[in-house]
Design a protein around this ligand. Structure first.
Ligand code: NAI
Ligand code: OAA
Length: 252
């Protein structure tokens, strides 16, 4: 059975820890030790205060559900320690230097970094953008102002521009845009809306290219303890782990 070390023991990690299908939680690390200890009580896995001790303990793969800054700080040492990694805070890859360095390190140490589809769908076949022309790719995300850390009585456009700029301003809310960029191999335009009427996190994807046209809208239920994060993001990681060692892979 795959043994998982959780980097980040918040809201997504708790869903993963509770629904461990085909894998076991073997180590826990969070910069807030209380969060790691809470999951330790649920899973029986040890909670580490020191990142190096966490990393050298006995498990196969680090599942990151922490923050963009945690990825920037720790991803390289995870790979050099000989462990694979699943990265949910994919916004870190908007930094081209970091991205190139992780690719080089993963190659050198023969490790794999997997980026789950997270809070969106449709990512698999948008990869065709890597080999065929795509002339429009837009992500329109709408969340409740509370999730975005602001207050407003009316629906407002908070950001319109490139994904790599948006993730700098909203690192906890728009990782999906960077996932779209990596999958499609194209720049993504982003609109981020705050809507006080929104009780779900909605992502709309508009794509147009050599293949034809594509529109997708997903209305995500929020996670129980963090309305900014969609429940789907946790399900996506669990499903990725469940299928990790399957010999037949589905999806592009
Ligand atoms: N790719 C995607 O589609 C999605 C990505 N996300 C991202 O996943 C991550 C986890 O989300 P949630 O569980 O809802 O967040 P959360 O805020 O509930 O939990 C994050 C946990 O990580 C810990 N943490 C943060 N920075 C850390 C660091 N540098 N070192 C160690 N621990 C650290 C925090 O103390 C907290 O316990 C967030 O970065 C979020 O933006 C969330 C939803 C969708
Ligand atoms: O959970 C979501 O709907 C999207 C999200 O927070 C992110 O991409 O960072």
């Amino acid at each position: 059975m795959i043994r998982v070390g959780l980097l980040g023991c918040g809201n997504v990690a708790e869903v993963i820890a509770k629904d461990n299908i085909g894998f076991e939680i073997s180590a826990l690390y969070d910069m807030d030790i209380r969060h790691a200890k809470h999951l330790s009580e649920l899973t029986g896995a040890p909670a580490f205060e020191n990142f190096e001790e966490f990393l050298s303990s006995d498990f196969d793969i680090v599942v990151e559900a922490a923050s963009v800054s945690a990825v920037l700080t720790h991803a390289e040492s995870v790979l050099t320690s000989g462990k694979d990694m699943i990265i949910l805070s994919v916004g870190a890859f908007a930094d081209p230097e970091f991205s190139a360095n992780i690719k080089e390190t993963a190659n050198k140490f023969k490790r794999t970094v997997r980026i789950p589809s997270g809070a969106i769908m449709g990512l698999d076949n948008l990869k065709i953008g890597q080999i065929s022309d795509m002339k429009r790719l837009l992500l329109r995300t709408t969340k409740n102002p509370r999730s975005l850390g602001i207050e407003t009585d009316e629906k407002i456009l908070l950001f319109s521009g490139r994904a790599d700029e948006c993730i700098k301003k909203y690192p906890k809310n728009i990782n999906v845009a960077v996932a779209l960029e990596i999958a499609s191999g194209h720049e993504v335009d982003v609109e981020l809306w705050a809507d006080p009427e929104a009780d779900r996190n909605t992502h709309e994807i508009f794509a147009e290219g050599e293949f034809g046209e594509f529109y997708l809208r997903i209305k995500n239920n929020p996670c129980p303890d963090n309305p900014a994060t969609s429940y789907l993001a946790a399900l996506s990681v669990i499903t990725l782990l469940k299928n990790l060692e399957e010999p037949i892979k589905i999806g592009t």
